[in-house]
Design a binder for this molecule. Sequence first.
Ligand code: NDP
Length: 463
Amino acid sequence: MSYDYDLFVIGAGSGGLAASKRAASYGAKVAIAEADKVGGTCVIRGCVPKKLLVYASKFSHLYHDAEGYGWREVDPKLNWQKLIKAVDNEVNRLSQLHIGFLAKAGVELMPLRASLVDDHTLELHNPQNPDQTPRRVTAAKILIAVGGEAIKPKVPGIEHSITSREMFLLPKKPKRIAILGAGYISVEFAGIMKGLGSEVIHLIRGDRPLRGFDIDVQEGIYQGMVNHGIDVRGLTSLTSLQRTKKGNIRVAYERDGEESVIKVDTVLCAIGRSPKLSGLGLENAGIQLKANERGIASIAVDEYSRTNQAHIFAVGDCTDRVNLTPVAIAEGRAFADTEFGNNPRSVNYDNIPSAVFSQPEAASVGLTEAQAKAKLGEDKVKVYRASFRPMFHSLTGANEKVMVKLVVEQQTEWIMGVHMVGDYAAEIIQGMAIAVKMGATKKDFDATIGIHPSTAEEFVTLR
Ligand code: NDP
């Protein structure tokens, strides 16, 4: 049986782009369908525009810090529209670059929405023109890389809230914003909006954000947020949203059985994401799904990203494994190497570093203290930790703290986890991750000469 394509990829985000180009490099005839801008969540409405806003928001702290170094006081004013436009221009530039990379790799880009008709046939719809007759194509292998979308809690009036997707499109800077959720996106936007001058009320269900992170990371980020003036309200549960006559939003939440009300102009929901599976026709190809502990459905795959259909694969957030861009890219490339490059390989999910671009920033690799103790036993784990004021702030007067931490197996001195809260944590932990991946011990860290004066040298002088 011959097919129109060797590989058809649904979704031009991080995973789909990486897989399609790699497969084409082996000579496969590849097409990729993307009805939205090319680039996916990371480039269009995630990592990239978010990091640009983080940079923008940090100036407010730097203007203040500069005074401690003798610079005359400045009275900075933010032009929100200019910032949003500049970010949008950069996103569009990157999207165009990705289109160019696809063309160079010989991948056919279809600006259409694809759905499965059966396990080898796809129907392509033009969302701009729903009356247009959909086109059908066939493929020997299919890769689903459709990513995810933000979810919202089911409370009355929730339609008045927005998600991170709309945060990059707001015509006006929020004066007072309530942020719901306790994960990456919520703490990152809390820092961004506070730095850009909004009043921020962060409603979290637990008593600290970032549950699942190392306890000292949670605490360090929490203290830093509070220190920056973010109003973190813990142990709260949202009950309703209501639009007021003046166009504001009345946010009602419960704490200890008592209801409180705040008024804001914007509510951001960041309580997690869900694979974007609707309308894909997965049932037409008999693709099996799985559900996580929150009951959120994703595509079930094996270690080679293969679904229950031997020639249909899925990578990235739609498989709900480790939902990070570099992981989706690694999965996409491993899939292409295996299926088209005669090099069967799977992704190793151990010791994946990750960062939270909160303010202060945090990053980790390996096990948390709690995970290490649960794995080996309380007395088999040694923890080295330091918390100090970074040198930069010795003249600024700001109450900023850095936290560095090593989680070590007592007997062998094997480094099980490295955690940091503070400026450049992502940059520093990326390097540490190589050492952890290579199986470094505390002795190796001790034998390494520090770079002085730096924050990172604390990692090799911990006692
Ligand atoms: P996350 O899945 O990281 O966290 C959401 C948090 O919201 C949960 O941990 C939970 O915390 C809380 N929550 C869940 N349900 C409710 C509810 N009904 N009411 C209030 N709070 C609730 O979600 P995000 O949206 O922050 O991020 C989505 C994905 O994006 C993540 O998988 C992440 O990997 C990725 N991402 C990564 C970034 C990075 O690497 N820097 C940046 C941004 C996103 P609790 O249970 O403690 O209440």
